[in-house]
Design a binder for this molecule. Structure first.
Ligand SMILES: NC(=O)c1ccc[n+]([C@@H]2O[C@H](COP(=O)([O-])OP(=O)(O)OC[C@H]3O[C@@H](n4cnc5c(N)ncnc54)[C@H](O)[C@@H]3O)[C@@H](O)[C@H]2O)c1
Ligand SMILES: [Zn+2]
Length: 344
C-alpha cells in the first residue's frame, strides 16, 4: 500500500497515467482556481474532465462541502473508473480524499497539493476527513491517493504566513530525523531560501512517507509525527475558542517549544540545545501567547485530546534530537512548567 509521489520541477508533464480513467473531476477552491488552475489546465486538454469549486478555508471543511461535491459527482455521471483530483491546500486534500473514499464505496483520487502545509504534510499518509460540530477532523477515513504530484512553483503565490505555516511541519520532520544541531540549522536556513526550499521539501516528504509506510494506521511508529501536537492541539483549541486568528503551524511551533522543554527536563538535554530549538521555533509562532489564566483550559483540552486514553496523555517526545519516543506519560506539574516556560 503506497502512493506514487511524483516530483515535478519544470513542467507538469507526468499526467499520462490519467488517460486510463473514464472521467476526471478536479476539485479546487476560489483561490486555487485563480492561482493554480491556469498553470495546470493546459495539460488536461486531452482528458474528459469536470471542474468542481468549493469555498476556501477551514470553516468550509465540513459535510456541506462534501454534499456539494458528492452531488456534483453524481449529476456528472461519476463511475467506478473515474478519478477525483484535489487541487489545493490541506483542507481541499482532506475533503477530496474523504469524498473519494465514500462515493460509490470508494474511487481513485490524486492530490496536487498547492500549499507548503499540504505538500509537506497533509497530502502524505492517507489521513483524510472533515470537521464536525466544532470538532476537528472527527469524520474521516484512511484513503491513499493513487498519486501525489508535487510542483513547488505553485508556492510562488502563497503568502509568507502560509509558507511559515508549512515550514513548521518541515522543521518537525527535521528534528525527528537529524541529531546534529548544525545540520538542523543548515536545513532550516535552506527552507528560508526559495531556491533550496524544493530540495528540503523533498527530504521532508520522503521522511514522512517512510514513517507512514511502516505504520499506516498509527499503531506505533507513526506516533512520532505527533511531536509538538499534543500541547499544540490544546493551544489551537484554546485560540479557536478565543476566536484568535492562529494557524495550525503557529500553534504547533508553540507546542514543539513546550514539548522540547518537557523532553529536556525528562531526558537531560544540554541547555544550549533547548535554547537553539526554542530560538528557531519562536520565529514561527507569529507572536501568539496565552495567560496563566488560560492554563486550566489548555489542560482541559489536553484531556479531551483524542490521543488520550483513560485520561493519561501519551506524549511523543524527543529523547534527544533525532531520537523520538512515543506514549510517554507526563505529569501535570511538568506540563504546567512547560506552559510557563513558553508564556513567560
Ligand atoms: N491529513 C493530514 O495528515 C493533515 C496533515 C496536516 C494538516 N492537515 C489539514 O490541512 C489543513 C490546513 O492546510 P493548509 O494550511 O494548506 O490550509 P488551506 O487548505 O486552507 O490553504 C490555505 C489558504 O491558501 C489558499 N491557497 C492554496 N494554494 C494556494 C496557492 N498556491 N496560492 C495562493 N493561495 C493558495 C487556500 O485557498 C486557502 O485560502 C487543515 O484542515 C489540517 O487539518 C491534514
Ligand atoms: Zn500538524
Amino acid at each position: 500500500m503506497n502512493s506514487n509521489i511524483i516530483f515535478l520541477n519544470e513542467k507538469l508533464n507526468a499526467l499520462e497515467f490519467l488517460n486510463s480513467y473514464s472521467s476526471l473531476f478536479i476539485i479546487m477552491d476560489e483561490n486555487t482556481e485563480i492561482h493554480c488552475l491556469p498553470i495546470l489546465i493546459n495539460n488536461f486538454d486531452k482528458f474528459n474532465y469536470n471542474l468542481i469549486k468549493i469555498r476556501a478555508g477551514e470553516e468550509f471543511k465540513n459535510l456541506n462541502s462534501c454534499e456539494f461535491i458528492w452531488g456534483n459527482l453524481l449529476s456528472n455521471f461519476v463511475d467506478r473508473n473515474s478519478c477525483i483530483i484535489a487541487l489545493g491546500g490541506g483542507v481541499l486534500c482532506d475533503i477530496t480524499g474523504f469524498c473519494a473514499s465514500t462515493i460509490l464505496r470508494g474511487i481513485d483520487c490524486v492530490y496536487i497539493p498547492t500549499t507548503l502545509m499540504a505538500m509537506a504534510d497533509a497530502s502524505i499518509g492517507g489521513k483524510c476527513g472533515v470537521n464536525f460540530k466544532n470538532f476537528k477532523n472527527q469524520l474521516g477515513s484512511f484513503k491513499l491517493p493513487i498519486s501525489i504530484l508535487i510542483y513547488p512553483p505553485f508556492l510562488n503565490t502563497l503568502n509568507q504566513r502560509h509558507i511559515n505555516n508549512g515550514s513548521v511541519e518541515m522543521i518537525k520532520h527535521c528534528l525527528l530525523e537529524e541529531n546534529i544541531t548544525s545540520s538542523i540549522l543548515q536545513r532550516i536556513e535552506n527552507m528560508k531560501d526559495p531556491h533550496s526550499l524544493s530540495s528540503e521539501l523533498k527530504k521532508s516528504i520522503l521522511f514522512k512517507n517512510k514513517i507512514v509506510n511502516k505504520d499506516f494506521k498509527e499503531t506505533g511508529l507513526r506516533k512520532v509525527l505527533n511531536f509538538g501536537h499534543t500541547i499544540g492541539h490544546a493551544i489551537e483549541s484554546l485560540f479557536l475558542s478565543q476566536k484568535k486568528d492562529a494557524l495550525h503551524g503557529e500553534c504547533i511551533a508553540i507546542g514543539m517549544i513546550c514539548e522540547s522543554f518537557i523532553s529536556s527536563q525528562l531526558y537531560g538535554w544540554k541547555p544550549e540545545i533547548l535554547q537553539t530549538i526554542v530560538q528557531i521555533l519562536h520565529e514561527y509562532t507569529n507572536g501568539h501567547n496565552f495567560e496563566k489564566s488560560d492554563f486550566v483550559d489548555i489542560l482541559m483540552n489536553l484531556k479531551h485530546d483524542k490521543k488520550s486514553k483513560n485520561l493519561t496523555i501519551g506524549f511523543s517526545l524527543l529523547r534527544e534530537l533525532g531520537y523520538p519516543v512515543v506514549e510517554i506519560e507526563v505529569t501535570e506539574p511538568l506540563i504546567i512548567k512547560s506552559l510557563e516556560f513558553y508564556s513567560n
